[in-house]
Design a binder for this molecule. Structure first.
Ligand code: NZQ
Ligand code: ZN
Length: 383
């Protein structure tokens, strides 16, 4: 097992009715900016619950944060937050609203060019405090310090991260997910599944504890995912998926082990260029990446086939089964595993390879996924 430090300060308030706890988490004197997305919170009663809980608080609302939140929209919130002297941000919605809110938190007190917070991961010494009411289990943003921000003007999408951006608390009430359309439930399950794979499907360092935890999260998604898909108001299914998605990306699975993250890096480019939903990009990359990297990931593929999918056979058969089962899992969620479905063609592949070459970026647990290898992965996906 590799050395690691682990610290996670996010308070989780989990379960039915927890939105009523908001006043116990936000100072009564706070001037709050309540951030939200395209309006789902008005249709499912979440907005009403939040407003009721925060009766008497000073609140400025900022809506319209889009999926794959854009710098352009977020800078409008930054201006309002500065002029209104906001001192607390409350995100109500999915991962995009929360990521956008993290950017706002960093940008409001930042004196330099705020785009550099994203593009160059510029260090910032402070950030406004953030709280979250999460309505979509997927990203893990509720218990980590990352945000992924897009810029429309230049068709760019980058991750940023700083421990200052941990939410102070996140409220996870599974009932808030009951209104999710099947496509978003599927996306959430696929995203969380891929987060685990990025941290697990590398090479063994005898981190038994982390491996068994990663497998537990995968098994939970595989067992409970189809139940949530079939019955979006099955509370226990929603509760298990919500907690699994949080556990998938709160740093625990990555502690002391090598990580990959190539699938995500490639996926972000596909969203930036084609607007494909985040989780859907991942499904068009990971099975092809596993095929191309099956020799260097061999031991973990075998372990995964046996422990997660309960496969038996020769080592070669187990490797093949591991890759096939991964693709089948995405497809079982109605998520295609070929980028050709989205009309991604050779031009886009070239553009992505060009972008990674210009940025001098290699990915993967061995830094051996060069821009050329990215090209090979995507060629398979568009074939
Ligand atoms: O905008 P509203 O009207 O709220 O509707 C949203 C949106 O249209 C809707 N929705 C959310 N909760 C709902 C609901 N509809 C009905 N009922 C509810 N309870 O769902 C749509 C998608 O929402 P979005 O927030 O975009 O989805 P998600 O949570 O999957 O977030 C995706 C974003 O997170 C980033 C992705 O790149 C993408 O930009 N990620 C963030 C990560 C992180 N911070 O650690 C890691 C991830 O790998 C990921 O990259
Ligand atoms: Zn993701």
């Amino acid at each position: 097992m590799n050395n690691f430090q682990y610290h996670n300060p996010v308070r989780i308030l989990f379960g039915k009715g927890q939105i009523a706890q908001l006043p116990t988490q936000i100072p009564a004197t706070a001037k709050i900016m309540l951030t939200y997305g395209g309006g789902s919170i008005f249709k499912n009663g979440v907005y009403e619950q939040v407003k009721k809980a925060l009766a008497g608080y000073q609140i400025v609302e900022f809506g319209g944060i889009e999926p794959n939140p854009t710098y352009e929209t977020l800078m409008k919130a930054v201006e309002i937050a500065r002029s209104e002297k906001i001192d607390f941000l409350l995100s109500v919605g999915g991962g995009s609203v929360l990521d956008g809110t993290k950017f706002i938190a960093a940008a409001v007190p930042y004196e330099g060019d705020t785009w550099q917070l994203v593009a160059k991961r510029a260090k910032h010494a402070t950030a406004l405090p953030i709280g979250a009411v999460l309505t979509l289990p997927a990203t893990g943003s509720e218990m980590n310090y990352y945000a992924v921000i897009s810029r429309q003007e230049t068709q760019e999408k980058y991750g940023m991260g700083n421990p200052k951006l941990y939410p102070q608390f996140s409220i996870l009430d599974p009932e808030t997910t009951f209104s999710l359309p099947p496509r978003q439930i599927a996306n959430g399950i696929a995203d969380a599944f891929t987060h685990v794979m990025e941290q697990y499907m590398t090479y063994p360092v005898r981190a038994t504890m982390q491996d068994r935890m990663a497998e537990a999260v995968l098994l939970t998604l595989i067992e409970e995912g189809p139940k949530m898909m079939q019955n979006p108001t099955d509370y226990d299914a929603a509760a298990n998926i919500m907690w699994a998605a949080t556990m998938a990306l709160n740093g625990l699975l990555a502690a002391g082990v090598p990580t990959d993250w190539a699938t995500h890096q490639i996926g972000h480019e596909m969203t930036a260029l084609h607007g494909i939903d985040h989780a859907r990009t991942l499904a068009t990359v990971l099975p092809h990446l596993l095929e191309i990297k099956k020799d260097t990931k061999r031991e973990k593929l075998i372990q995964y086939a046996q422990h997660v999918w309960k496969c038996t056979g020769t080592d070669d058969e187990l490797v093949a089964a591991a890759i096939q089962k991964t693709a089948d899992f995405y497809e079982s969620l109605q998520i295609p595993t070929k980028a050709s479905v989205y009309n991604v063609g050779p031009d886009s592949v070239q553009e992505i390879v060009k972008r990674f070459t210009a940025r001098g970026m290699n990915f993967g647990e061995r830094a051996d996924i060069t821009p050329q290898v990215v090209g090979q992965i995507l060629e398979r996906s568009i074939a």
